[in-house]
Design a protein around this ligand. Sequence first.
Ligand code: ZN
Length: 278
Amino acid sequence: MQNDKIILSVATTGSWPAKAQNPALPVTPEEIAQAAVACWREGAAIVHVHVRDDSGTMTCDPARFRRVRELIRTQGCDILINFTTSGGAGRVDETERFNSLETGPELASLDAGSMNFNERVFLNPPAFLEELARRMLAANVKPEIEVFDSGMIGNALTLIERGLIKPPLWWQFVLGVKGGTPATARSLLHLVDGLPAGSLWSVCAVGSHQLPMNMLAIAMGGHARTGLEDNLYYRRGELAGSNAQLVARLARIARECGREPATPAEARQMLGLVERGR
Ligand code: ZN
């Protein structure tokens, strides 16, 4: 095992889920911050944040990202905050996707390649990835390298070899998206085998794949992400009551397997954020 401690992430909101699908989905900055704090109390070390406008539509407005962070910190919560740069997978243009970096998050997502994403095209061309990695490096923002398909590891390795992404490397496998790698044990093994030595990796998966893939990650010595961005249900036919409910279950299972959830301070150590002066 890389480390007995497990870094639990929660993706509270995403770009696409709607309250009409699950009323527990947090969409306002207040709701998102409240969800983050509740998940931190249950063992989450990282919150992955997307923000919405007043109509509930995804936005890259930096003021909204700042507001979420401020509301989290004023509650005395030190959870690691990871702002998205995904732009809703084809919903906004490239330049808007850099907006969240202006706010100086500790972590931000870097979607490491292009793909068909359900019915959309998620464009992350080489020049965009290079610019994104350069901006993150300049702003001292650690990339969470999002991998939806095995070729994306190779794209990220190009950036790593050029010194644009520094170790320790933090990978998030997003499995089961239509157009990406399926959420299977065989796929996960293949992806993990493709990582450079010393990498830290986490798994999330969409819909009903979320829990079994999280459990595989626990067993394999990886880390895990849950939350309503990826899955709106607690179990078949039963909507999740909150993000915190999903985190609490994951933390319980991890503990039963001897994997105590890392605190945000421990996660910062593991991810090299302390050395980076954050
Ligand atoms: Zn996301």
